[in-house]
Design a protein around this ligand. Structure first.
Ligand SMILES: [Zn+2]
Length: 366
């Protein structure tokens, strides 16, 4: 259990707030780095007071994913951006965009295919150097002074070590940190004069930067429907025309599209569930589905352009239910807002399914 005191948590939050308010941000890198560290803490960290060691390659790969969509054109060419790509820096374009672009174009924007690209390893090692020399170096400079409260610097042996309790705090406060980082990133893009022509009158910047195109989601709907025997994931009723792709762990908790987090449901069920976690019977069904056909589902979703990693998606779910249990939150059972309070039986399901969440990945707590 947590040994973090309320005072330590408050001090952490104040520093995060200052980091966004007073940090020196000439590029958008620091926003992407904070988002990356928060996600990796959720997927690889634990709710205890330990350190978390993250290989810099893993950090670099996730960092690259945050820029992935932004390596495509936002609009037509402009005087300041001849390729129509948003400018991420007050000076010349951010190097990470230039490093990603070649692969992005070769794999038609499908991030699941990037690791198979012959240049990907090279790209990641370049990005690893960029991340180490730029945002990791500068992130903890607050108001002109260095305060290494998150990690020591420079990193040794290409491993980033989050200090004791940091990953726990990132896990706990992830919704707030994500909000601050995204708002800051958007503001940075908007206020960069070199983007003004490109932004023009469009108002879809946020969904372009952080969302998934509807067309791409629409493509996975029939595939998932087939895998569910054309029945709603939640109420098991027949699916007709009003079908929606639902994020099993709601987007509001974890805003990333991953293969195994998708289900299809009636629009009415989906709308009623909204930002709630699903009740125990649904969670059992979801874990069971992923154990039975997780591999096939992952491959099919990868073909449609979604990243697939069952072990980390399971960790995300475990985290989301654990947090909601801690906060004495409720889960959604069925339409008309039938709900129940989450209890230990929910989180116990994850230890039964250890085979799914056991991992061979390198990050470790210590
Ligand atoms: Zn339904």
């Amino acid at each position: 259990m947590s040994t973090l005191s309320a005072r330590a948590q408050l001090a952490f939050l104040e520093k995060i707030q200052r980091l966004f308010d007073e940090g020196e941000f000439s590029a958008t890198y620091k926003f992407a780095l904070m988002l990356t560290l928060t996600e990796l803490a959720i997927e690889y960290g634990a709710d205890d007071d330990t350190e978390l060691a993250l290989p810099l390659d893993l950090v670099a790969e996730r960092f690259a994913l945050w820029y992935w969509r932004q390596a495509s054109a936002y609009g037509p060419a402009s005087a300041d951006s001849e390729d129509g790509i948003l400018v991420q820096n007050l000076g010349k374009q951010a190097a990470v965009i230039n490093r990603i672009r070649g692969v992005y174009n070769d794999v038609q924007g499908n991030p699941a295919r990037a690791p198979g690209h012959p240049h990907w390893k090279r790209v990641i090692s370049d990005i690893r150097a960029i991340v180490h020399n730029m945002p990791l170096r500068h992130l903890q400079v607050i108001g002109g002074e260095t305060d290494r409260f998150l990690y020591d610097y420079p990193c040794v042996n290409k491993i980033l070590v989050l200090k004791r309790g940091i990953s726990h705090n990132l896990r706990r406060f992830s919704p707030l940190i994500q909000q601050l980082a995204k708002a800051g990133w958007l503001e940075h893009i908007r206020s960069n004069r070199r983007n003004s022509e490109l932004l023009g009158k469009k108002d879809d910047l946020e969904s372009f930067m952080f969302g998934t195109p509807r067309a791409q989601l629409a493509k996975v709907s029939p595939i998932l429907a087939d895998m569910q025997d054309r029945r709603c994931f939640y109420c098991q009723g027949k699916l007709h025309s009003q079908v929606e792709v639902d994020h099993f762990i709601p987007w509001s908790r974890y805003p990333r599209d991953t293969a195994h987090n998708f289900v299809v449901a009636h629009r009415s069920c989906n709308n009623d569930k909204r930002d709630m976690l699903a009740a125990k019977s649904h969670l059992e069904r979801w874990l069971d589905r992923n154990e039975r056909i997780g591999r096939e589902l992952g491959e099919q979703m990868q073909d449609q352009g979604f990243v697939s990693n069952l072990a980390s998606t399971t960790e995300v779910a475990k985290w989301a239910y654990g947090e909601t249990l801690r906060m004495q939150g409720y889960a959604w059972i069925a339409t008309r807002r039938q709900t129940e309070m989450i209890n230990e039986q929910y989180t116990a399901l994850f230890s039964i399914n250890q085979s799914v969440s056991s991992r061979t990945n390198t990050p470790t707590t210590r």
